[in-house]
Design a protein around this ligand. Structure first.
Ligand code: ATP
Ligand code: MG
Length: 399
């Protein structure tokens, strides 16, 4: 069977009355970006509803797969679009019924008549269409309480839409509607997931990575570039700032107590992140920390590290355990890259006994041996910008 359109649903936006227009416009831009891959489509907006019109027998499935990456969309329905004529609607309803998984055995019709000029009331239309499906199929029974399949019929002026069950989208808010953040992106499992979840709330991502060449390899840096690329189908373009961190790590290693080296290193990360965030208009920092996972993720540790910045620090994974985080990382496709065994700057110079309950006072004392401002400025000046855009190569597999 050939479908004529895909109806797009966007739930949460409806709640944001005042900003609705802005949200819709951003959502439309983000959808259009994905649709560029499909020349036989156009996006239309009618009666506060968005739908993708399919031309030349374009299949809906590959399009839905792509649109599943767009935050803000909650559901998709491949639909028949026919003229608002009872016979046409009947045929389309039967087509939809016949084109369902064989496990579906019960159904009901749910009609909506937005166009009151259409002569048949919804209730009666339900009966007529239900009867028509029963008369022309073998396997279906009607079940109005708990059907396997709901066939929706919407009569809207010139056209009517007929479609089956909803396919779920990601939800969230359209990227570009909530400002910009700076994600501290390591090569691990957690921070890409943190970036994904923040992006889901509509923010645009910049990312920052600390690299200790030659202690960490080019390949370790490339892994982070790859991870950023893997996030872009969801987040859009990511500006990745790669910071040379070798000098700072060496200085810490030479001048500070080894039990405080992780704490001090992270305080430097935050100072530099704040400077880069300011430079690029990011209003918050994001990390992949959760609580209690490792020595540097105790409350005392967060408190001592956090003291160097006034910037809001978002930790979207704070309440999750590793199993939950790993599950998301597999779903979004970053897991396989995250587990590649390349050194991170946090693992070189790792002390035997990192302090699990560091204090601000002791950290400040240890840092007094370092020229903090100079070190930070040099790192910021040496930062390299890599613009990661959505890769389209693999997406052309559909053709
Ligand atoms: P991840 O899996 O994200 O690496 P982790 O469980 O290894 O996290 P930590 O090593 O304690 O935890 O790092 C905590 C957070 O600090 C990371 O999630 C990330 O946001 C940030 N971070 C750590 N190393 C780097 C780095 N080299 N560059 C940028 N950010 C980093
Ligand atoms: Mg890590």
């Amino acid at each position: 069977m050939k479908y004529d359109a895909i109806l797009l649903r966007y739930g949460e936006l409806a709640l944001k009355k005042k900003n609705r227009r802005m949200f819709e416009e951003q959502l439309i831009l983000n959808i259009k970006e994905k649709l560029q891959l499909f020349p036989n489509t156009s996006l239309e907006r009618e009666f506060g509803r968005l739908f993708v019109v399919l031309e030349n027998e374009q299949e809906p499935e590959p399009i839905i797969e792509k649109l599943k990456e767009v935050f803000g969309l909650v559901g998709f329905s491949p639909a028949r679009r026919v003229s608002s004529d009872l016979e046409e609607i009947k045929k389309a309803t039967l087509d939809i019924a016949l084109n369902q998984p064989s496990s579906y055995q019960s159904f009901k019709i749910e009609s909506k008549r937005s166009d009151k000029q259409f002569p048949i009331r919804s209730q009666q239309l339900n009966h007529e269409l239900g009867g028509y499906v029963l008369a022309n199929t073998e396997r279906f029974a009607v079940d109005v309480r708990n059907p396997d399949l709901v066939i929706h019929v919407e009569v809207r002026g010139k056209f009517s839409y007929v479609y089956g069950n909803d396919i779920l989208g990601l939800g969230g808010l359209p990227v570009g509607t909530s400002g910009r953040v700076l994600l501290l992106l390591s090569g691990g499992i957690d921070s890409p997931v943190a970036g994904y979840l923040t992006s889901k709330r509509g923010v645009e991502l910049h990312a920052i990575h600390f690299h200790s060449y030659p202690y960490t390899s080019e390949r370790a840096k490339q892994k982070v570039v790859d991870l950023a690329h893997l996030l872009t189908p969801f987040s859009g373009t990511i500006h990745l700032h790669v910071v040379p961190f070798t000098e700072i790590q060496t200085e810490i290693n030479q001048h500070c107590l080894s039990s405080y080296s992780v704490t001090i290193m992270r305080r430097f990360m935050l100072r530099i992140s704040e400077a880069i965030a300011k430079k690029h208009g990011c209003l918050a920092l994001v990390t992949g920390e959760s609580l209690g996972q490792v020595a540097s993720q105790t409350l005392e540790s967060m408190h001592t590290i956090n003291a160097v910045t006034h910037y809001p620090l978002l930790r979207p994974l704070v309440g999750m355990d590793k199993v939950e985080i790993t599950k998301i990382s597999k779903e979004i496709g970053t897991y396989e890259t995250s587990i590649l065994p390349y050194e991170d700057c946090c693992t070189i110079f790792l002390p035997k006994n990192p302090k699990t309950r560091p204090t601000i006072q002791a950290a400040v004392k240890q840092e007094s041996a370092l020229k903090i401002d100079e070190l930070v400025s040099r790192a910021v000046e040496g930062t390299e910008l890599i613009v990661c855009e959505t890769k389209h190569e693999e997406e052309f597999d559909y053709f």
